[in-house]
Design a protein around this ligand. Structure first.
Ligand code: ZN
Length: 298
């Protein structure tokens, strides 16, 4: 991606290197598994809401579905820097701020066309774990959005996971992940997350999962809308190969692909993010149209 021409976001906070503790945990000490996978279950309930790009990331770390407690692997990333000292390299900080800044520019334009004002999300970069209004957030669960504090949380080392573990390297792959999380913020602003909560409150587990899949696919579509519209004074910031990079990431984080990796088989009813094919299609829809109105909603 050709970053540099767009404004850096001022809604960025660097918490890397800060000491953090998992004590208390999400939902008051319960397993994160229960809080993270239902994703948008409980905005007003216990534990708050966390929307992840990769729900099964933690499952694959644990080696299976339904493992229950013990979210904190003993080999969880350790904070190495001395207290309070940032471990974020300037290049990565710059990248995160510019991608976030670009989403602000794009969504501000889109909202303005509807006569609405876009209130940007905040972004917090952290290492290992950090406290959020949705409970204790952990890097092991992948980047996530917390509606309670309207913030995207990201451990920048996720870029390495994306590249090495998921086989989706490149700045556009990482930008897709960020734009997906920003997509959840857009859903938050538009009331979609509340609607999803209400629907889920009166549905079975399977139906609730289906609602969640729709939410996630719409966020993928929104990521595509951003990518296609992202521009600076010279035009689109997309470079050859960027779309393919983003597609590879969308494919890698499909529920079927992740389940196959984690447990060797696929349970479609338990999908919370959509299959690889669905995620690619959603991203493509946004990329081709550049119009959030075509992104299928609840
Ligand atoms: Zn998501």
């Amino acid at each position: 991606m050709r970053l540099g021409g767009e404004p850096e976001s001022s809604n960025f906070e660097d918490r890397t290197g800060q000491s953090s503790s998992g004590l208390g945990g999400m939902g008051g000490g319960g397993s994160m598994l229960g809080c993270l996978l239902p994703l948008v279950m409980s905005r007003f309930g216990l534990g708050g809401v966390v929307v992840l790009v990769i729900g099964y990331f933690l499952l694959s770390s644990l080696g299976g579905l339904g493992g229950g407690g013990g979210m904190l692997p003993s080999n969880a990333p350790q904070r190495t820097a001395s207290a309070g000292q940032s471990t974020l390299d300037p290049q990565t900080a710059d990248f995160l701020k510019r991608v976030l800044g670009s989403t602000e520019q794009t969504w501000t334009e889109i909202f303005a066309k509807q006569g609405q004002r876009y209130t940007p999300t905040k972004m917090v970069a952290y290492s290992g774990g950090t406290q959020t209004e949705c409970g204790f957030g952990q890097a092991a669960a992948g980047p996530f959005y917390c509606p309670n504090d309207q913030t995207v949380y990201i451990d920048p080392s996720f870029a390495n996971e994306l590249s090495q573990r998921f086989g989706a390297p490149g700045d556009a792959a990482m930008a897709y992940v960020i734009a997906h999380e920003v997509g959840h913020h857009v859903q938050d602003l538009l009331g979609t997350l509340n609607k999803a909560n209400q629907l889920q409150a009166r549905s079975s587990k399977t139906q609730g999962n289906a609602v969640q899949v729709q939410v996630e696919l719409q966020a993928d579509c929104y990521a595509g809308v951003w990518a296609t519209r992202a521009h600076d004074a010279q035009g689109s910031i997309l470079e050859p190969g960027d779309v393919e990079e983003a597609m590879r990431a969308a494919e890698a984080v499909g529920d079927d692909t992740l389940q196959k990796q984690a447990q060797g088989y696929v349970v479609p009813d338990s999908f919370t993010h959509g299959s690889s094919a669905q995620r690619i299609a959603a991203l493509q829809l946004g990329l081709k149209s550049g119009d959030p109105a075509v992104c299928k909603t609840l």
